[in-house]
Design a protein around this ligand. Structure first.
Ligand code: PMP
Length: 293
């Protein structure tokens, strides 16, 4: 995957610079210890032809919460970062894109706090990939991190070693993606997405506490309220999911994507006859709705 070309522009500490010329310190505490925070955001070409960043405020506010919760100094302003992101999209002529802001630490080989931190925003083309390509999911041998060992509501880079291990394991075994349990063996989430499962038309999703309760998950909850689909947040086992009619992942990158199977269990209901499918369609429409409409 080519994330950038010689002409690609990123935002780096207040300036718009070429991606290939941007530098970071190899003595950064972020590189050595995974001590940085990031966001995964999407922009869409909307129905009126403009480009809109979906849930921009929510993502940049979470970036701030993530940074502060792991003691990274955060001196950035949400509106300024949103404006900078639109400028990055414009300078790179991007519409449907994936946007990756990162807040990182200076050179510091100790574990001590820093007095400043830095930011960059990258973006690359990423078409919406909502589709009916259903996923074959494997229950991971890795658990999600213990909330008492990490600030799991923070999108901190180091947490993603767990995601990488789980995802690689699933792909090595011929599956599309992993699904992880929490430290108590309750259903948790995917390496980069939240889960919903459907039983008798009612959607179920793990409650906050052992998951990164995503912005897409919140959007799905809102859509269910609008569509009069009942949702239960709670504590569920893997067997609860293996008795479901349907299930899906949701996340900024994944959007809403149905599951074909979990381990040996094949979801019995035709995807396009489920309430989950209705949610997928509603999400698809929502992301391209122009902000001014
Ligand atoms: N869980 C994890 C572990 C994630 O990395 C993500 C992606 N940010 C999500 C859930 C979904 O979050 P969102 O809907 O905010 O993208």
């Amino acid at each position: 995957m080519n994330y950038y070309q010689p002409t690609t522009i990123i935002y780096h500490n207040g300036e718009f610079v070429k991606a290939q010329d941007a530098k970071m310190d190899l003595y950064s505490q972020s590189l050595h210890y995974g001590y940085s925070v990031f966001e995964g955001i999407r922009s869409y070409k909307t129905t009126n032809g403009s480009t809109a960043i979906f849930k921009a405020v929510e993502h940049f506010e979470r970036l701030k919460i993530s940074a502060e919760s792991i003691n990274l100094p955060y001196s950035f302003n949400t509106q300024e970062l949103i404006d900078a992101t639109y400028e990055v999209l414009k300078q790179n002529n991007l519409g449907d894109a994936y946007i990756r802001p990162v807040v990182y630490a200076p050179a510091n080989m100790s574990f001590a706090r820093n007095t400043e931190s830095y930011v960059f925003i990258e973006a690359w083309e990423m078409a919406p990939f909502l589709g009916d390509q259903l996923l074959r999911i494997m229950t991971s041998s890795f658990q999600r991190p213990n909330p008492k060992a990490f600030k799991i509501h923070a999108k901190a880079a180091g947490h993603y070693v767990n995601s990488i291990l789980a995802s690689q394991e699933a792909k090595d075994k011929g599956f599309d993606e992993a699904f992880l349990l929490d430290m108590n063996d309750h259903a948790a989430e995917g390496p980069g997405a939240n889960v919903f499962f459907e039983k008798g038309g009612v959607l179920h999703t793990p409650q906050a506490g052992h998951i990164l309760a995503g912005i897409t998950r919140a959007t799905v909850l809102e859509l269910c309220a609008q569509l009069n689909i009942e949702v239960k947040e709670g504590v569920f086992s893997i067997n609860d999911i293996k008795q479901a009619d349907a299930a899906f992942f949701c996340g900024t990158a994944a959007e809403v994507i149905g599951w074909q199977s979990l381990d040996e269990y094949v979801f019995p209901k035709a995807w396009n006859e489920t309430n989950s499918y209705k949610v997928q369609q509603a999400y698809k429409q929502l992301v391209v709705k122009s902000l001014s409409a």
